[in-house]
Design a protein around this ligand. Sequence first.
Ligand code: F6R
Length: 615
Amino acid sequence: MCGIIGYIGDRKASEVLISGLSHLEYRGYDSSGVALMKGSDVQIFKAQGKLNNLIEILKDKQDTCSNAHIGIGHIRWATHGLPTTINAHPHTCDCKNLTLVHNGIIENYQELKEELTTLGCHFVSQTDTEVAAHLIAHEYGKTKNLLKAMQSAVKKIKGAFAFCAIHKNEPDRIVVAKRNAPLVIGVGQDENFIASDIPAIIEYTKKAIYLSDGQVGIVKKNSIEIYDENDLVTQNKIENLPFEAIAISKMGYKHFMLKEIHEQSDVVRNVLSGKLLSHDDKIRLEEFKLTPEKIKKIQRVQIVACGTSLHAGMVGKYIIEKYAGIPVDVEPSSEYIYRETIADENTLVIGISQSGETADTITAIKQVKEKNSHIIIITNRADSTMARLADSLLPVSAGIEVSVAATKSYMAQLISLYMLAIYLMEQKGIEKYNDEIVNLKQELIELPNKVEALLENTDNIKQLAKKYSSYKDFIFIARGINFPSALEGALKLKEISYINATGYGAGELKHGPIAMLDENMPVLAILNRGIVYDKVLSNCEEAKARQAKLIGVADYIASKDKDLFDDIVIIPSVSDTLSPALNIIVLQLLAYYIAEYLGKDVDQPRNLAKSVTVE
Ligand code: F6R
């Protein structure tokens, strides 16, 4: 969360910074700010709320904006202190000579603040970043050198940071530092760029240097110098950025979320491409680096992920356990990292993350790396921190996902997990499910067409959204492989509409949640044909007996059962095993249309950020 940006060159810095920040808005939108430097003059502009508020302020400052060719900027997701202008970055020290933007969390900021206060520093904000600004300025007082000040300050800081700092006495440079927060330096011709993520700079350059943890750098117009954690000069590789400058536009859709939901048929095609060629071919997964012999030795699988990615992992458990015959534990990364986990060289650890930057999952992966387990990373960002930790990297290539609510990346993760489960089964030589797998592969090949068929006419879901948008609470139920779909459907609804929605295993309803049911509680039940169909139907009867409004999502409901439901959405016919991939689209659309009907900020829901880089 939070995004930082820096520019040094001949362009108008304000334009590069604002354009960059607009591509980082997915990382937070509580406030934004820029510092523009011309010679020893530094002007700071900040605004609470969305980036547009800052853009409005800058409209009246054209003189400053035209003349400054060096600057740093920030977009905030509040961690310490309210989302106010005073807490917005950039932050400065008492003498205002040093200006700083920061992504991350400084864990020992209270201690540092106390020390700096006794040294006479005054603080105006509640942020940890202001403490870092004072600390670096204090160190500057000792050496009169911004690089050295940064190098000694970061040694005193505990926690995560990506910093960009400028100093009035050194107007030809931006000094940067990184630990456990992403930072990339875009390499240009007579200009250089700094950003938390490449979409912010991709329109200017295709070459970049990724800073490693512990590194500090000086970025000038014509040079970049990097120092390692021992303060020695080091060389980082200049890498070609992995994607073309893409017009990230809504393509006529009202919101990115709707566009991304509609992209899911292509997403499935992309993930299958080159891996699944025909129903009677084996899965090709060149990215998976374990030999068949080593695969046969895998004793357990551990999946770590958060939020929507965690729900994909839960579907993964069903299919890996069934087809590959390996026990699978799925756990939120934030829990995994605070207990003694048992993993060894015969454990396969799968980290799933759209962004590849989720701090909890990165920590989990780093912890388990020390245990010699093989680590697979399933991510939408092959250039991310997590991708760099992988022994086997499975990029899902869903394309940039702008909407904060994950949709198409979930689909890509699901399909990747189907590929992985079948691959493990085939490499282990398990034959028990051969016939079923031939059918599943054929279904996967046909899935993009079914996704398109489902998305062709969504009027019924729009009507449902209107009908149910006034309810304050919602329950989603399912059993078996669709239990994670119920959790994910509830998450989608609550995060963008702020309706209190909860997912349950349908069989759990009677163990407590049923107490909440009455005519004011809609229950959405997912019931695909399969071993749990009748059981879910019974759970629906129990809900109906408590007068709950009942919505069924299914590929088939027998005529005799239809009267039980107030509303039904029928999806294209699909096996129970693959049904999570179609059911979820209905739930994504329902959440979308409810939020849209309620006039919510669908793509940027309150309090959220797309990349959660703090623990
Ligand atoms: C929900 C959502 C979040 C993320 C979670 C993990 O729509 O997007 O729950 O899934 O923050 O993020 P990644 O997948 O980037 O690790």
